[in-house]
Structures are given as C-alpha cells and as structure tokens.
Design a protein around this ligand. Structure first.
Ligand code: SF4
Length: 100
C-alpha cells in the first residue's frame, strides 16, 4: 500500500475496494487466454466506473507496476503506453488523421 498522503487519498476512493483482487491479477498458476480475457474484462468494467482511474493509471505507470489491471489497462497495455510516451513527439503514432 502506498504511503504518501496523495496516494492514500485516491486509493480510498477506488471502485475496486472490497472487490475480488483475483479479478485484477492473474492467478499464480497457468491461466488460459480466454479466461484471462474474461477476467480482465470484468476488472475493466469496474475500472470504467472508477472516480480515480487516472490517478490509478498514473501511479501504476510511475512505479512501472508489472502486474494486473490498473486504471483500466492490463500490464501489456501499460507497457505499450509507456513506450509510446517515451517516443519523441514527432515519432508518436498518429491516431487521429491517419495520414502518417
Ligand atoms: S481504476 Fe480500476 S484498479 Fe484502479 S483504483 Fe479504480 S477500480 Fe481499482
């Protein structure tokens, strides 16, 4: 659990408080892809209602959290977002416009 007051504050307002942590983190044993996708989908539905989604995602990105769904993104999605953020601005993917 985070220790500084800012982090303490947002965690208390998390929509996932009291939810099954098993939805947000992979089990220790092998998890088939279809089960992982279903589990993550459920976690992301909860995240989509969360008032502190941005704070949660920024925290996970900042500490390079390697596991679980945080801020509505799984570990692979966060890695891709960090990679994209690390690119120079002129080399970032152009999502809007599409002219390359
Ligand atoms: S965004 Fe998702 S993982 Fe983060 S605090 Fe909210 S419900 Fe929990």
């Amino acid at each position: 659990m985070a220790t500084d007051s800012w982090e303490y504050g947002w965690q208390w307002r998390a929509a996932c408080r009291g939810e099954d942590a098993g939805l947000f983190f992979a089990p220790s044993q092998f998890e088939p892809k279809d089960e992982r996708l279903a589990r993550e989908r459920q976690a992301k539905v909860i995240c989509s209602t969360c008032a502190v989604r941005i704070e949660c995602l920024e925290y996970a990105l900042r500490i390079r959290e390697p596991y679980g769904v945080w801020g509505g993104l799984n570990e692979l999605e966060r890695r891709l977002l960090l990679k994209e953020r690390d690119r120079p601005a002129d080399r970032r993917l152009r999502v809007i416009g599409g002219d390359g």
